[in-house]
Design a binder for this molecule. Structure first.
Ligand code: SAH
Length: 240
């Protein structure tokens, strides 16, 4: 079995502490104890092999034995921007699948037709989902998750990306070709309410290109996962 993986906040020399939820999970769910071998992740892309050296009531001390670069991160920097959905499970689904597919950053936004209430608690929950998913698929980094109170703000966060794709359900002209993608990419997918024409035009004026996901209207979460998968493929991420 793969060694258990945990996210840590930092390390002092060769010692790291598992605290908070990671500790609770290690101790009460997995029953790890002194001598257990673990892999620690600090979101730098590195992986640290360690061994538990002591267990307290609130923390577990781990001695790091070796360090290496994680090998599972996508070479292509992909950011997913998606409209915050009303249903918490669907937001979690998108975060989980985008993490598995290798997305490096996730931005949630509110827009004209998206009226879900966003709270710090909900964002924290999504960050936990991203971490759990990252561990499960053996990534060494969990995607950062941030919230943009407006679509405009979200679109601006993607300005540095080489390719800017906007999934537009009412696109009339031919959409951008996703079969071959060079360089980084930011992807925009709307919530259940979709986008207004003015929102799409605003995105185009910032350099975003409309993309079509076919003839049918997909649910937001299907669109987000399908577009991410296609972009990863187009960027060559599926050719090991
Ligand atoms: N309420 C809208 C649908 C929104 S679908 C309507 O009734 O028309 C949610 C999001 O998924 C859209 O904003 C878009 O980003 C994406 N999407 C769904 N189907 C799509 C398609 N065929 N082409 C491009 N984007 C699509």
């Amino acid at each position: 079995m793969e060694k258990r993986r945990f996210f840590i906040d930092g390390m002092v020399g060769e010692e790291a502490l598992l605290t908070g939820e990671e500790f609770a999970h290690a101790r009460t769910v997995l029953r790890l104890d002194t001598g257990s071998e673990v892999i620690l992740l600090d979101n730098s892309g590195k992986e640290y092999d360690g061994i538990v050296t002591s267990v307290g009531k609130r923390e577990m001390r781990v001695h790091v034995l070796s360090v290496r670069e994680g090998e599972r991160e996508a070479a292509t920097d992909v950011k997913l921007l998606f409209g915050f959905l009303k249903n918490a499970d669907r937001n979690e689904f998108v975060v989980q699948k985008a993490t598995e597919l290798g997305v490096r950053e996730i931005g949630l936004f509110s827009s004209e037709y998206s009226s879900a209430h966003v709270s710090e608690n909900k964002l924290e929950r999504l960050r936990r989902v991203a971490k759990e998913s990252a561990k499960q698929c053996l990534r060494s980094c969990a995607p950062a998750i941030e919230y943009h109170p407006s679509l405009q703000d979200a679109l601006h966060s993607g300005m540095g990306y080489a390719n800017k794709f906007f999934a537009c359900e009412f696109l009339r002209e031919k959409g951008a070709d996703l079969r071959r993608i060079d360089g980084s990419a930011v992807l925009v997918v709307g919530s259940e309410g979709g986008f207004t024409r003015a929102e799409f035009e605003g995105a185009v004026s910032l350099g975003y290109r409309g993309v079509s996901l076919g003839k049918r209207i997909l649910r937001a979460e299907t669109a987000a996962v399908a577009l991410t998968a296609v972009v990863m493929f187009g960027a060559g991420e599926w050719q090991n």
